[in-house]
Design a protein around this ligand. Structure first.
Ligand code: HPA
Ligand code: ZN
Length: 343
């Protein structure tokens, strides 16, 4: 039996949740050019190939500059619908049964697109995704940490009109120099209004930022969290509390958070008892959706079928689904394991 082929099949078929996915990061060059044409917007690059060739980054900021530029083609509710639908079709093809999706409201409101346009487009897709494919989802608007917290507070207030559609708030964009403490008041207000919280921390920033996200922002999950591994006390705390980390291998590689996938700390995280999940972050920019992230890491770190299965289970355990829903899907994964092994 071809081990890689069977590993690929196992990964493809196993039910998964995706918990770290920026919807603006799913905008593939083909659709970007189509939307640019539709909206009469000029893209700097002259072709899809030229655009793809520009996707080489030395750090998070170099990526963010291109990513925000790419988002400028999104104007109408239908544009947000089309972008989100393209992701849903991809997710369905990869057996993603549940997605907790980030979007960056300020990236759009700062250029005159209303919060309502953005959320209505995305939410309409998610309704259709459930009706057509049975894919369930949660929405997580993120505050831009390199922008004034006053703007985050305004965003929170706008979002309150859509309380039923929003599960949690997140924190993303340029990390170093923008610690979680900068957003303590905004997050307190979100928590007081009954929302959950998550935050990108320890991607480029130090372990101290992960502590701040936990202690000051009261997060339910840490997004990335790679630099947690630099602090033994923090690793013990994450293991004890089971605060999940949403890890994104191809993103880590493309943004030079790790030197190579062989150096990726995922296995060490698992051995330390952390609740880790695998995700694609910005798949249109980093060269792979969730299954590719599983596959490249499985190959680079020689993950076993049992470890892959645990990661898939973790993706649901770390989700914002209720305990009942989690139990049902964990059983499905166990049945999948048995049926795969008896093939
Ligand atoms: N880190 C911070 N901000 C982001 C990312 C990321 O990986 N992707 C999109 N916005
Ligand atoms: Zn991210």
């Amino acid at each position: 039996m071809n081990v890689n082929k069977s590993l690929g099949e196992f990964i493809k078929g196993i039910p998964k949740a995706e918990l770290h996915l920026h919807i603006e990061g799913t905008l593939e060059p083909e659709l970007m050019f189509e939307l640019a044409k539709r909206n009469n917007i000029k893209i700097r690059q002259n072709s899809i190939q030229e655009l793809r060739d520009a996707y080489h980054f030395n750090n998070l900021q170099e990526f963010l500059d291109i990513y925000y530029e790419g988002a400028s083609v999104l104007i109408t509710e239908q544009d947000f619908y089309d972008m989100t639908w393209a992701y849903i079709e991809k997710a369905h093809s990869q057996n993603v049964l549940h997605a907790e999706i980030f979007f960056d409201p300020q990236t759009h409101t700062n250029r005159g697109i209303s919060f309502d346009t953005v959320i209505n487009g995305i939410h309409r897709t998610l309704d259709d995704a459930e009706a057509k494919f049975g894919i369930t989802s949660k929405l997580i608007p993120c505050f831009l940490r390199d922008v004034d917290p006053k703007s985050a507070m305004e965003t929170l207030n706008q979002a309150c009109a859509y309380k039923n559609w929003i599960t949690a708030f997140g924190l993303d964009s340029a990390e170093v120099g923008n610690p979680p403490s900068k957003f303590k008041e905004v997050f307190k207000s979100a928590l007081d209004k009954g929302f959950l919280t998550v935050a990108h921390a320890g991607e480029e920033g130090p372990a101290e930022y992960v502590w701040e996200a936990i202690n000051l922002l009261k997060v339910s999950r840490i997004d990335h969290g790679n630099h947690s591994m630099d602090d033994e006390t923090l690793v013990k705390h994450l293991s004890k509390t089971q605060i999940p980390l949403t890890v994104c291998p191809l993103s880590n590689l493309k943004l030079k958070v790790v030197k190579s996938l062989e150096d990726h700390p995922l296995k060490k995280m698992m051995k330390s008892g952390l609740l880790v999940t695998l995700n694609s972050d910005d798949p249109a920019y980093f060269g792979g959706y969730v299954n590719e992230n599983y596959l490249v890491l499985a190959e680079s770190l020689a993950l076993t079928i049992e470890e892959i299965s645990q990661l898939a289970k973790n993706s649901f355990l770390a989700s914002f689904l209720d305990e009942n829903e989690k139990e049902i899907i964990i059983k499905k994964i166990e049945e999948y394991n048995i049926s795969f092994h008896s093939k």
